[in-house]
Write a protein that binds this ligand. Structure first.
Ligand SMILES: [Zn+2]
Ligand SMILES: [Zn+2]
Length: 391
């Protein structure tokens, strides 16, 4: 769970209780919903499963008075929706210290890939107490967009693919400080908050990113040569990413927390992957179903018969063709299609196509000549002409 979720998700709504619900009311609401959506009572129902997860998550937070308090405070501070680190909470004097400032980075192992759980963020915000103390706020990493091309089969079955991505990360040469010596100055304009007031009116103030430090809260006296004082560097990394089964061409999937790393212990951004799916020489796809066209002889279509049909990645299946099957008839091989999100499979839609031989050998030609004679009295177009006259 990212910090962003924590702030954006309305756990009260999930449990259907008012903001001022008592502990007992929350417990009661949770029990009722958990019973209703429990996976044991909803076998194979992906929606119920998802709902059950949400309910559990909401209860984890609201059911714990300490977490609930932090949650309420976080939402009050950041507002519902947009995660925008605001200016320091206090208004008066600022105590500032560099050790504090980089503590976040050091904890998350050099600043790379620090998932920055709740502890990082809220520990810093709330548990240090002391009103009037402000710290540079954690910043969520950027969302990253990328693309991947899967083969037809990989898209059906799901695949783990290497994705090479470049994103902004803290500069390694200066540990993200932007200063050659690693000792930047706290920006005097914004006193390290990275924000400046835009003038106030009506009792509240609006803020802008600080123009002197570009919102970083720090100024490098001796700019780092690698990053020219920005503290940021392009980092490229290769990640193994699991693409779930059943993706379709052009689909955009979101991989939470796989985007650019956060700053100062902030959570990582999300990774968005646009999936391109290659074609298959034999199989096509319609949602959860696969399609295949199977040639049959005129005799098989007219007299009926058993037809072997290939499946994707499995053994062939045998379809019974009833006598008098028309050209273009589509039949269904159940469970031989694409994988759905709940693990079951769609069907294979088999379309029959009567194939006309280019050359006929002596015996086959004789038989067909005999067939023509036998059906000489029949006009297959009689109905067509009759219908053309009407209306
Ligand atoms: Zn500044
Ligand atoms: Zn640097």
């Amino acid at each position: 769970m990212s910090t962003k979720d924590f702030i954006e998700k309305d756990y009260y709504k999930v449990l259907g209780v008012p903001k001022d619900a008592t502990e007992a009311e929350i417990k009661k609401a949770y029990r009722k919903l958990a019973r209703e959506f429990h996976p044991d009572a909803n076998k194979g129902n992906a929606r119920a499963e998802e709902r059950f997860k949400e309910i559990s998550e909401a209860n984890d937070v609201l059911g714990d008075p300490k977490k609930r308090k932090e949650y309420d405070e976080a939402r009050a501070l950041f507002g519902n929706g947009g995660f925008r680190p605001g200016p320091g909470a206090g208004g008066g004097s600022f105590n500032f210290d560099l050790g504090d400032l980089f503590g976040g980075n050091a904890q998350s192992g050099g600043g790379f890939g620090g998932g920055g759980g709740l502890g990082d963020v809220f520990g810093g915000l709330f548990n240090r107490g002391g009103t009037g103390t402000t710290r540079t706020q954690p910043r969520r990493g950027q969302d990253v967009d990328t693309e991947v091309t899967l083969s037809f089969t990989e898209a059906i079955e799901g695949a783990t693919v290497p994705l090479r991505m470049s994103s902004q990360a803290p500069c390694k040469a200066c540990s993200g400080t932007g200063d050659k010596n690693g000792t930047p100055r706290v920006c005097p304009t914004c006193v390290g908050t990275g924000q400046v007031a835009r003038g106030s009116g009506g009792g509240f103030s609006l803020t802008d990113p600080c123009p002197d430090c570009k919102g970083r809260g720090l100024i490098a006296e001796h700019p780092c040569l690698e990053c020219k004082g920005s503290g940021r560097a392009k980092s490229s990394r290769t990640m193994q990413v699991r693409i779930p089964a059943g993706v379709t061409d052009g689909q955009r999937i979101r991989l939470r927390g796989k985007g650019a790393p956060g700053e100062r212990g902030g959570p990582a951004g999300d990774l968005y992957v646009v999936v391109h799916v290659g074609e298959h020489p034999v199989f096509g796809r319609k949602g959860d179903n696969l399609t295949v066209t199977v040639p049959v002889t005129f005799a098989e279509a007219a007299l009926g018969g058993e037809v072997r049909v290939p499946t994707l990645g499995g053994p062939a299946v045998t379809l019974k063709l009833p006598p008098g099957t028309p050209n273009g008839r589509t039949m269904r091989a159940r469970g031989k299609g694409a994988v759905r999100s709940d693990g079951t499979r769609g069907d294979l839609l088999v379309t029959v196509e009567v194939s006309v031989p280019k050359d006929l050998s002596g015996k086959a030609r004789d038989a067909l000549e005999a067939y023509r004679e036998a059906t000489a009295g029949e006009d297959p177009r009689a109905e067509l002409f009759e219908a053309a006259k009407g209306a």
